[in-house]
Design a protein around this ligand. Sequence first.
Ligand code: SF4
Length: 528
Amino acid sequence: MNDPTSTHSAIPALDFTEPQPGSDRRTFMVRSAMATAIGLLGGQVNPLFAQAPANAQPVKLDPNLNVVKQSKGPVMTLVDEFYKVGPGPSSSHTIGPMRITYDFYQRAIKLPQAQLDQATALKVHLYGSLSATGKGHGTERAALAGLIGYEPATIDPVAVLDKMQAEPNKTYPVKLGTKTINSSLADIIYDATKGDFPHANTMTCMLMAGDKVLLEQEYYSVGGGFIEWKGYTPPKKNPPKYPYQSMAEVIAFTKRDNISIAQLAMANETSISGRSEAEINAFLDKIIGAMRATVKTGLAAPTSTLPGPIKLKTKAGDVYRSAMAEQLPARKAIGIVSAAALAGSEENARGHLVITAPTGGSAGVMPAVLFSLDAAGAKVSDQKLREGLLAAAVVGYLCKHHATLAAAEGGCQAEIGVASAMGAAMIAQALDAAPQIAANGAEGALEHHLGMTCDPVAGFVQIPCIERCAFGAVKSWTGFLIAKDEIPANRRVDFDSTVQALAITAKEMNSKYKETSEGGLAVSLTLC
Ligand code: SF4
């Protein structure tokens, strides 16, 4: 009999061995047959198939995490917490870990100098999904960058992160008061991938004096670049002008006060944060500028091979040029939106600066929607773009509040699905459609991503992620157009029910499809 795991078998045989205890025989046999068929078609069996457990455990979240507790009470998230600029390719695997190690460094330097004088090393341990797919995301480089004093929003990814990749053995001096120690990529440890962690993206940071621990902190990268730590208490905020927990309440407030979703969002931003409208608009302008820049840079980049083992060629520029030459308006429009999304997502895959909207993996969706509303398409004003970002944020906040933005918790529906829903709301708001149309458009876009798994090939945010951003952006437009052209009151599925479905599906999704690269395309695609 052929060895089914041999990469040299001409025709691998079915696996007749007994399934693992606790796993279901039918699933086991189907999986075995699939592995055989893929081996037959591809000429070799993907060795990951042999490693993927048939009975992967669902991810459990610690009820003490703020991200879990926050799902009660009114939405309190602010735009500057939500839209973050930082290096790709994943907000939870690059921006979050960099923020975490930067935070730990700030804590460490507050220790008394007598303790700092004993320090010999800084160590970071990565667990769960961070360990399973961190290598493909460059998590070790992001974590080291934070330790040596870089912040996501201001880092130059080419000068710092790409250089770390080119010089993996280089050591970097870290100043601890008057003492200096060295840190390197060897200090970032890929630890256990499975275990009873408080969150799927758990990290611990330690300041060591030989074998003695001077300072230790457990952290969680909870999605979208948000971070928490053991014992975290959220910063104090003022009550919102419009305390809402659901889209139904948002719509009710907009009707009562005859305002748009963007106006409601701006009122809450000012009341919760105490900042002025001018300050919030200045922040939104920075995000608009960053989104324009990511699309422009991605479209202008020559066709090249992305980093990593997939050797994936970029195509944003080619798709854009071809779309621009199209005569049929519909083909041209879809081509331009798709090209812009590919551009943003390819920038993310390069590890360049992107904007979490809501995450790094979905970094192409919202910039593409903005591009299609901007000078390249509908030519709306900057004020309308700001309003669009605010309405999109309300959609994202509600998904975060009741479900999740992290693929490690909910698969790709939580990233591209939410991004696409945000895009639909942004289009509706920027084109001055009624709040109900924005809500219905967002609902449609989210509904048609439900169940979508996260299965990045080789752990790199490239396949399926890059093209998935293009499909997500096009679905934003589809969601808006259907909502605009139907009678809004006739819609039978409301946004809040779909967010609930997102949460339920996330909870029940097998952990193999939650950014672990243990299922789906990650195991069915054979890299040669
Ligand atoms: S498959 Fe989706 S969720 Fe997973 S890394 Fe790619 S874009 Fe993110």
